[in-house]
Every structure is written in C-alpha cells, then in structure tokens.
Design a protein around this ligand. Structure first.
Ligand SMILES: [Zn+2]
Length: 96
C-alpha cells in the first residue's frame, strides 16, 4: 500500500509597507511563499506548486504576485531595512 498526499509550507519572506489595493491604507504587508509538496509515506519529496502572495495586515486581503514580483519586493525590503541603499536617499528634505 502506497500512502501519498500533499503538504503545504508557508514561508514568510519579508514585511513591506505598501499601499493596499483594497483598503487604500499604506500598511504593512507580509510577503509569503506557499509551497505545496508531494509526499510519499508522509515524506515530502518535491514541490508541486509555489505561490507568492502579499497580505495586507490592515484588512487581511491577500493578493497573488508572481515569483518575479516577489523577488523585487524582497529586494526592496532588504534595501529599505538594510540602511545601505544605493544612490540618493529618498525623501530628502528640500533646502533652498
Ligand atoms: Zn488592505
């Protein structure tokens, strides 16, 4: 007898401040990666599907993003929190 099934894994990749498409609030969004793995005798073997989503922490809306978008968002988050951004710092006060 062969026992097989699937198992879901959730990875939290980053937390980003985005303007929500639903509630319109510039709130924290969690960037998550959801992997569904094929299991045989309860041992996960290989991933069946990988999905990326962002979830608004304000209203809870989940939005699907592509792997490419997820990478960009993750890079953005890393640059924003790392303190060593490339180029000019954003929102520099204007001095006349
Ligand atoms: Zn929202």
């Amino acid at each position: 007898m062969i026992i097989f099934g699937t198992k879901g894994y959730l990875y939290r990749l980053a937390i980003l401040t985005l303007v929500c498409g639903r509630c319109g609030n510039p709130s924290a969004h969690t960037l998550s990666k959801r992997v569904t793995k094929f299991t045989l005798f309860f041992v996960p073997l290989f991933p069946l599907s990988t999905k990326y989503t962002t979830q608004c922490t304000f209203c809870g809306t989940e939005q699907k993003v592509t792997g490419e978008q997820a990478e960009q968002l993750r890079a953005q988050a890393a640059a924003g929190s790392g303190g060593q951004a490339y180029g000019q710092p954003r929102q520099q006060p204007y001095q006349s």
